[in-house]
Design a protein around this ligand. Structure first.
Ligand SMILES: [Zn+2]
Length: 261
C-alpha cells in the first residue's frame, strides 16, 4: 500500500493521486463479488465501483493479494454505500434514456435544438442552417446511434486542432491524437506520446477541456503522477486542482444518451 491518503473520487477510492491510466493486466476472482486487476503502472491500490455495481480492485504488480480481504473489510461500509449508489444510478439511466430536445456542447459554446424525423436509410444527423440538429432515423432507438455518431464526428472535427493549439502554446509536442468514445477515460497519453481524447469532453467547459489537454501533454514529459508531473501541470495551469475536481465530477453531467452502456 502507498503512503498517500485515501481520497474519494466518483465511485472510487484512490490511495495517493493515481488515475485510470494503467495497462490492463490479468484478473483473478476474489471470494466476494469483486474483480482484481493487476496493473504494471498502478502505484497504489485502488477500489472502484463500476456500473452496474461491480467492485474492482486495481493492484500494483508485486502487491501481496493476501492483504485484499482485510483491505476490503476495512472499506466495507463505503463499498456497500457506493455499490448501492452506482447501481441505482445505473438503473436510473437505463430507464430514462429519452431522445433529448436539445444538445449542449459547452466546450464549443454551442447549443442545438434537436428535431427528429422518421425516415428510411441509415440513421444520421444533419445540422440545419438555423442551428437545429435534425436526427433522421428509422427505428425506435436508433436516434441514439445517430446522435452518438454525430458526437464522435464533432469530437474528431474540433478536439485535434484545439489540442494542437494548446500544445503549441505550452510548448509540449505530442505525436498523434486519436478521438475515442471510451466509457470512463477522458484522455490518456502513451509512452510514445500518442494522446487519446474522449469525444464526451465536448460536454464540459472549455476550461476543463483545456486542463485535460495540459494534463495529458504533461504526461509526454512525465509518464506518472509524480510531484514533478504536478509541478509542471501547475506551472502551465495554476488552477489545476479545481479543474481536476471538476473533471472528476464531470461524468455526472454527461447526458444519458451519450454514455456508453
Ligand atoms: Zn494523468
Amino acid at each position: 500500500m502507498g503512503n498517500g491518503e485515501w481520497g474519494m473520487g466518483d465511485g472510487e477510492w484512490v490511495v495517493g493521486s493515481g488515475e485510470g491510466e494503467m495497462g490492463s493486466g490479468g484478473m483473478v476472482m476474489g471470494d466476494g463479488d469483486f474483480r482484481v486487476r493487476l496493473s504494471s503502472r498502478a502505484k497504489h491500490v485502488r477500489l472502484k465501483v463500476l456500473p452496474p455495481g461491480r467492485v474492482e480492485v486495481v493492484v500494483p504488480r508485486g502487491f501481496d493479494q493476501r492483504q485484499l480481504p482485510a483491505l476490503l473489510a476495512r472499506h466495507e461500509e463505503w463499498l456497500a454505500r457506493t455499490v448501492e449508489k452506482v447501481s441505482s444510478e445505473y438503473g436510473g439511466t437505463q430507464t430514462q434514456i429519452v431522445p433529448p430536445d436539445s444538445v449542449e456542447l459547452a466546450a464549443l459554446g454551442r447549443r442545438h435544438r434537436v428535431e427528429y424525423r422518421r425516415q428510411g436509410g441509415s440513421p444520421r444527423c444533419a445540422l440545419l442552417r438555423d442551428g437545429t440538429l435534425r436526427v433522421q432515423h428509422g427505428g425506435e432507438s436508433d436516434w441514439r446511434d445517430a446522435l452518438r455518431r454525430w458526437l464522435a464526428n464533432q469530437g474528431r472535427e474540433h478536439l485535434p486542432s484545439w489540442l494542437k493549439r494548446v500544445s503549441e502554446e505550452v510548448g509540449l509536442p505530442y505525436r498523434k491524437v486519436t478521438i475515442r468514445s471510451q466509457k470512463t477515460r477522458w484522455g490518456s497519453c502513451s509512452a510514445r506520446k500518442n494522446i487519446s481524447l474522449n469525444c464526451g469532453l465536448l460536454f464540459f467547459s472549455p476550461q476543463v477541456v483545456r486542463y485535460l489537454f495540459i494534463h495529458e501533454l504533461c504526461h509526454t514529459v512525465h509518464m506518472n503522477h509524480s510531484r514533478r508531473f504536478w509541478g509542471l501541470v501547475e506551472r502551465l495551469e495554476p488552477d489545476y486542482r479545481k479543474l481536476d475536481q471538476q473533471l472528476k465530477l464531470a461524468a455526472r453531467n454527461l447526458p444519458a444518451w451519450a454514455r456508453r452502456d
